[in-house]
Design a protein around this ligand. Structure first.
Ligand code: FAD
Length: 263
């Protein structure tokens, strides 16, 4: 009778699928796992538990595609460092603004993983419009193998005769994520339940799809804050929850945003 239940609602990586160098990733539906059905079952006839359909029933709007690449030597990293003047790990995201797929890549500091061999280099990228035809590969990104995604990327970057030798020893794994931006779907008050719904004594909702005023979804902080609120409220702990950072009221942030808008 003293048990407490903390329910993670939904999941941005639900139904994610992996392809390979020779096969594309497949687009899964919400039935491929249990994250949405758990919330749907709980919310049946209980409007105070929110409306999962608002987030889960619009895959065409909530999907995008990422890919991870493993390379056998430093040639590509060297090319990007020469091109951008940024050492890997210092430059942030790198977006190809002319790409139909709206691709970005991120070259993190190497080694990225513990025990990563010295000659191995890894990077990550994604495309926000996987249904659009490539500029060079005549296919939508979601139909592409890892090899085809690399061909498209390297053509954008004008890698020239370096392209084939790098691709020959690369492993690019495409990953389709049907619900990756589901938490950004347009919503109205009540679509997300309160962390501790009115009257709840022994359960709470945590994760990306519960209501936390002014906080920003897609961040780990959001889920952590929901868990803090849930635990403190249910256990009646007098601990202060760290306030949400209000960047929109910070002069330095506003100034930098303005500068970026006019770049
Ligand atoms: C590619 C990518 C890049 C990201 N980059 C950043 C970043 O730079 N900064 C940042 O702050 N955040 C980032 N995020 C977001 C961050 O990873 C998430 O916000 C965070 O992981 C959410 O945590 P969570 O515990 O709420 O949910 P999740 O991490 O989604 O965990 C929920 C778990 O519950 C499981 N589950 C669901 N339903 C059931 C069920 N019925 N039974 C049993 N288990 C179930 C799921 O399988 C999952 O393992 C990124 C996410 C992705 C995918």
């Amino acid at each position: 009778p003293n048990d407490l239940v903390f329910v993670t609602l939904g999941c941005m990586t639900e139904g994610s699928s992996l392809g390979s160098m020779k096969t594309p990733a497949v687009l899964n539906s919400k039935e491929s796992g249990g994250a949405w059905s758990l919330w749907e079952n709980m919310a049946k006839n209980r409007p105070e538990f929110g409306h999962p359909a608002v987030f889960a029933n619009h895959i065409e709007q909530t999907k995008w595609q990422s890919f991870t690449v493993t390379l056998n030597d430093s040639a590509f990293f060297q090319f990007i460092e020469d091109f951008t003047g940024n050492e890997a790990g210092t430059g942030g995201l790198f977006t190809l603004v002319d790409s139909n797929w709206f691709m970005s890549i991120v070259l993190a500091h190497q080694p990225h993983f513990i025990n990563q061999p010295e000659n191995i280099f890894v990077f990550w990228g994604y495309g926000l419009f996987p249904d659009k035809m490539g500029n060079f590969v005549n296919k939508p990104m979601s139909d592409c193998t890892g090899e085809e995604i690399l061909i498209e990327l390297f053509q954008h970057l004008k890698l020239g005769d370096k392209t084939q030798p790098i691709i020959d020893s690369a492993i690019c794994i495409p990953c389709l994520m049907p619900f990756i931006t589901s938490q950004f779907m347009p919503r109205v008050k009540g679509d997300r339940p309160e962390v501790v719904p009115a009257g709840a004594k022994n359960f709470a909702f945590i994760g990306q799809f519960c209501e936390i005023p002014d906080d920003v979804v897609f961040t780990v902080e959001y889920s952590i804050r929901s868990a803090l609120i849930a635990v403190c409220q249910l256990l009646n702990l007098k601990r202060e929850i760290p306030p949400v950072f209000k960047g929109q009221h910070d002069v330095a942030v506003l100034f930098n945003a303005l500068k970026t808008m006019h770049r």
